[in-house]
Each structure stands twice: as C-alpha cells, then as structure tokens.
Design a protein around this ligand. Structure first.
Ligand code: ZN
Length: 570
C-alpha cells in the first residue's frame, strides 16, 4: 500500500496486550467461494459465502473476523452432516463466534454463510464511491484489517486460502477482481453474473472487487495482459502509466526470476480512494489522480510520482503478495522493500529523471525524522487494528527502504538479488518473517546479515560515524567511531550505549573505487590502500547514517568535491 499523506511524525506508541485480537488457531481456511451482489442505490450488498476449512482440533466453536455484517443463515457441514450455527458477534474484538451443538472433529468442514453488508462511505471494506458525473460504483480497500467488513473471514495475513469470487453486477457495469473472468452470464433479472478464475493462495487483505462503469486500454508484458481502467471518457489518460507498467512488469519478471504469476494485471483509477494505491493481487487500485495523466501536457513531476507509485505496487505482487509477512509487525519489510525497489525499473527506462537522486533526498528526510528523540524502531509489535494502521509510517517505508539500500550496497547488487530470489522461491504462496529474510540473505551472501539487521530494525534512532584518517607511507589508517545522533544537543552528548553494525563504504582520495567495511564496535581502525588526503565514509551514498569529519578533512574534501564525488554524495 502507498499512503497518500506521508506524514513523518510520530505519536507515542502504546501497546496493550490485554486487548489482543488474534484468532485462536483452531481452524484454517482453504478456499473461499464468495458471491457479492452490491445494491448501489440502497448502499448495501448481499453476500453468499462458502468457506472450506480444516479443523485443527475438536471444537464446537469457529471464530471468524466480521464487522458490520448482518448474518442470515449460517451452517456448518462436516462428516456428511449439516448443522445450523448460533451466531454471537463480539463487536469490540471485530469477531463472530459460530457455535454448533455437535462438536466438530479435526478434519475438513464447510461453513456456509449468507449475509448482508453495508456499502459504506468510509472507503474501507466494500464501499460506495462516486465519479465526477455522479455515477456510483462499489470498490474494496481491505489492508490492513477491513476484509472482515466485506466477508466473514480469517482476516489475518497468514491464513492464506484460494478464492472463487463472483459478482452480480447491474446491467452495463464492469466487474473486476484479482483474476480473469471465466464467465459472464445474464441474470438474475436485469443483472449479469461475472465469475472469476480460482486464485492462488493469498491473504484475506489482498482479495479485491470493483463494480461500476469503467473503460480500459490494454497492453502487455511478457505475455501478461495489462489493462488500465478509468471512469468513462478518461481511458486515454492511462497511456502513460500503461507504458510504465509494461516496463516495470518485465523488469521484475527478470529481477525475481519468477514470471508475474497471476495471469493478468489490471490497474484502476478510482475517484474515491483512501490510500494512494493498493497492491491487491492482480487488481491494483489507485487514487485516480496518481494513475491518470495527460500524456502530452501532464507535468514531469506528476509522471514521476505515477511511475514510482506504480512500480512500488507492482513490486508488491512478488514481495508482499506472493510472499506475505506472517503478521503485521513485519509489514515494514513489505513496504520497505517495495519502496526500495520502486526506482529500480525506472532508472533504465527514464534515466533523465534521476530516480536514484530522489531516493537520496528521500533518505535525508528520513534521517531527519530519525534524529528526533521520539522516533520508533522499524520493528514494532502491534495487535489491534488501530495499532496495526499506525505501523504504516515513514519509518516502515523510508527507513526500512534506506536500510535495505545500505545492505544492497554492502553485499553488492548481484548477491543481494540472489538472496531476494532465494527468499521468494522458498516462501512462494506462503508467509515468512523478517528473520527468514535476513537468515536467507546471510546464507546466500556468507556475510553476517543476521547480525547486522537486528541492530537497525529492533532499536530506534540513527548513528553518526566519525571519521579520522591518517596517511602513513603507502596506506591510510581510518578510525571510525559511532554514537546515536540526536538533534537535541543535550541528548546527543549524554552517555548512550546503543551500538549498530554499520556497513561503511570508504573511499579515500588515493583510491579508484570504494571499500566496504563493517563497523561493529564503538571505535575501530581500518587500513585502506594508498595515501589519501581525505576519506569519505559513505561512498556511493548507500549508507543510512550520518558521517562526521574533522574541519581539516572537510576542507580537503571540499577541494576535490566536484572532480571526485558522485552527484549522490554532494
Ligand atoms: Zn506498499
């Protein structure tokens, strides 16, 4: 997901484990059969749902997530017998208890639920939107915890299941979901019923549906049809993003070494949409203004934003959708990765747009936030929907991306990519933790990634690395020391024992290329080849830390800045 307002401020993060809202691990879903019948005039929808589950241990209760759902008939079938279930909502937990008289034994069972939901005006769950001509549509926005407003579900990311989605749409309206339509038949009444192909296993928050008046233009990448949908009359404004999306899909196909796996990709611009964009599997929803643009007269700045958001969302198709975090406390890895990846496919496509320099300037904004006393660690526990939504902030996007960038610079792009590929290959259609990610990277790179990453992810703040260089004969001794950086002078000078493992890429004036070292102590001395007048600590600007130099070193650096430093460093 890309949030629209990138607010880099933090509120104190309070966590009360007493209000834990996790489902008990009593049953797991395997498949959802879902038919949605939206009534755009009445702002409601009818749902017909069959969930195939595996009961893990004998129980007389199945607990699902549900919010604002009016249950009609609920039955459970197991061992050839069907029984009615008693429905007890637990509103504050956003759950519902389905109780049966005869306990279910471990093994397969089927839940059948009919219900009515609300097409709300809050732009979450399955909601009602309106275009500038007053035409109504229904669309979904589920991340993080709003799938439960559209269908009773095991609404936690590691309960992955396959989906068979159908939509009953008004005459003339388009219905879109994660996968291609396999049939479109007239009825009931004046309506028509669109049935979509069975999906691969995916998390509840990645299911999606849009029903309304839309038109499209189509292209393709590596045999995958790509469509850009807009409200009527605007489809030509999708030309720019269609070109971008084609480039991006084919770039990631190669980067991940796994071809885009969902059969088709639709991008749709919605007039009413709460986030910037959302990576629903195979159907990415966007706020209309950051998808559609006049190819000739649109501003380059907005085109860059559109291309970059599109690239972020398409990166999620692999990193986030194909492999998903086990729980929301690791959502930073999804968002950090997609943010880190976004500029990569665009560098070769539009080199004149200097996306790499944008990353560097974004980095300095994140460094500023992270130098405040009330910043938070990247990894943060979260249990309730409110706590989970607070995790989608500048730290999860910007800092996590910057730390991944530093790791890539340290390991080298090829090795980093080999680790990413291995991680995706291992957890394909499943879930993983951040620990799984850096354990894999450590194994593939044979570098201590599993030692480095916790120091960046589990503690808050950012270090400053002080550099003292001394030429002696044919080499240069560089003493590096680290401490946490604060804008607050008193805090900065106070004792602080925080320690990071910092990959520092050093480049001296006498060196033709940089050399990366790992600073693991408060102070450490490294030897560089050649007699250098100055040594730069963040060669290539890939690091996430500040660097401090003696006044003499700054003067020597300034003299050579134009001739010897890259634009990213200046
Ligand atoms: Zn995202």
């Amino acid at each position: 997901m890309k949030r629209m307002l990138f607010v880099l401020t933090f509120v104190a993060f309070t966590l009360s484990l007493a209000s834990a809202q996790r489902l008990p691990d009593v049953a797991r879903p395997e498949n959802y059969k879902l038919t949605f019948t939206p009534d755009l005039e009445k702002a409601t929808f009818e749902g017909d749902e069959t969930i195939t589950i595996q009961v893990l241990k004998p129980t007389s209760e199945i607990i699902l997530n549900a919010v604002d759902i009016d249950f009609h008939d609920v039955s459970v079938t197991a061992g050839g017998a069907t029984q009615k279930a008693k429905v007890t909502p637990e509103k504050e937990k956003e759950m519902v208890v389905l109780a049966v008289e005869k306990p279910l034994s471990a093994g397969p069972a089927t839940l059948h639920i009919t219900y009515t939901g609300i097409l709300n005006s809050e732009m979450r769950g399955l909601y009602l939107g309106k275009d500038d001509q007053g035409r109504k549509y229904a669309a979904t926005q589920f991340e993080a915890t709003d799938a439960r407003r559209a269908y009773p579900s095991f609404d936690e990311p590691d309960y992955k299941a396959t989906f068979d989605i159908s939509a009953v749409a008004d005459k003339g309206m388009v219905a879109l979901s994660n996968y291609k339509a396999v049939s479109d038949t007239p009825g009931p009444g004046e309506k028509h019923t669109v049935k979509f192909a069975t999906t691969a296993k995916m998390s509840s928050y990645l299911a999606a549906l849009v029903v309304g008046n839309f038109e499209y233009i189509e292209g393709s990448a590596d045999g995958i049809p790509i469509r850009i949908y807009s409200t009527p009359g605007k489809k030509e404004m999708g030309r720019f993003v269609l070109g971008a999306a084609e480039q991006i899909v084919s770039y990631y196909d190669k980067y991940f070494g796994i071809k885009y796996p969902y059969g088709k990709l639709d991008l749709i611009g919605l007039p009413d949409f709460s986030a910037g964009a959302m990576e629903n599997t195979g159907l990415i929803t966007f706020r209309e203004v950051i998808l559609l643009i006049d190819q000739q007269h649109g501003s380059p700045g907005l085109k860059k934003t559109i291309a970059s958001v599109t690239s972020h969302e398409i990166a999620h198709m692999w990193f986030g959708d194909l492999v998903t975090m086990k729980w929301w406390d690791d959502v930073w890895l999804n968002e950090g990765f997609a943010t880190w990846a976004a500029s990569k496919p665009l560098l070769g496509w539009k080199p004149e747009w200097n996306f790499d320099l944008d990353d560097v300037s974004q980095n300095s904004g994140t460094l500023n936030t992270d130098s405040l006393a009330n910043t938070r660690p990247i990894h943060q526990a979260a249990e309730t929907p409110g706590q989970i939504m607070e995790l989608f902030d500048g730290i999860a996007y910007g800092k996590a991306a910057a730390v991944l960038n530093m790791l890539e610079a340290y390991l080298g792009p090829e090795t980093f990519r080999a680790g990413v590929r291995e991680y995706v290959r291992q957890h394909f259609y499943g879930n993983a933790t951040a620990d799984d990610f850096w354990t894999t990277l450590a194994r593939v790179s044979k570098r201590p990634v599993d030692q480095i990453m916790p120091t960046w992810v589990k503690q808050e703040g950012v270090p400053i690395v002080n550099v003292k260089a001394q030429c002696s004969g044919n080499s240069t001794k560089v003493t590096l020391s680290q401490r946490r950086y604060y804008y607050d002078r008193a805090k900065f000078e106070a004792a602080n024992d925080q320690l990071w493992q910092i990959p520092v890429c050093l480049k001296g004036s006498a060196m033709s290329s940089g050399k990366c070292e790992l600073l693991t102590k408060k102070e450490e001395t490294f030897t560089l080849p050649g007699c250098s007048a100055w040594v730069l600590a963040n060669a290539g600007a890939g690091g996430y830390y500040r660097a401090g130099y003696d006044p003499d070193a700054v003067r020597a650096l300034a003299k050579d800045a134009e001739a010897k430093l890259s634009p990213a460093n200046t």
